[in-house]
Design a protein around this ligand. Structure first.
Ligand SMILES: C[S@@+](CC[C@H](N)C(=O)[O-])C[C@H]1O[C@@H](n2cnc3c(N)ncnc32)[C@H](O)[C@@H]1O
Length: 129
């Protein structure tokens, strides 16, 4: 999951159409979200990071299903993807590469809150070369 210039450029081009491509089926979104919540056993007290979250489309649906006590952290290298996340009340965008997660989670860095994560979600964000 190395963040290259080509990857960042690729998602900058796709950002505007990303949600449109996925939201053609609300049934699919609900189903996929339920699968994620069930597979990762996500509960309301869990602190969740969605790494490579894109627009936070699934993080938002997870929040709707789980009602987490703390905002889901949406971590992504692509600012154009993250800027599509509604400003309130959640999730919380973090512009950062996955490779630096250990540093900013420990330090509180871009996330604004230090501490442990209970769930780290990577959905279609691992790229191979
Ligand atoms: C195909 S999109 C998936 C978005 C979202 N997970 C979903 O399923 O709707 C892949 C996302 O991973 C991000 N990404 C790729 N490499 C990354 C890295 N090293 N660190 C953080 N984000 C990365 C991209 O910017 C892009 O937004």
């Amino acid at each position: 999951m190395t963040s290259t210039r080509a990857t960042v450029d690729h998602y900058e081009r796709l950002a505007a159409s990303h949600d449109h491509n996925w939201t053609h089926s609300g049934v699919f979104l609900d189903w996929m979200t339920s699968q994620i919540v069930s597979a990762a056993s996500i509960g309301a007290t869990d602190r969740v990071a969605d790494v490579g979250s894109g627009t936070g489309l699934f993080a938002r649906h997870i929040a709707d299903q789980v009602h987490p006590a703390q905002p889901i952290l949406c971590v992504d290298t692509s600012r154009p993807m993250l800027t599509q996340i509604p400003t309130s009340p959640e999730p919380q965008p973090v512009v950062a590469p996955a490779e630096e997660m250990a540093e900013w989670v420990t330090a509180g860095g871009g996330a604004g809150t230090a501490g442990e994560l209970d769930v780290i979600l990577l959905k279609e964000s691992v790229h191979t070369r």
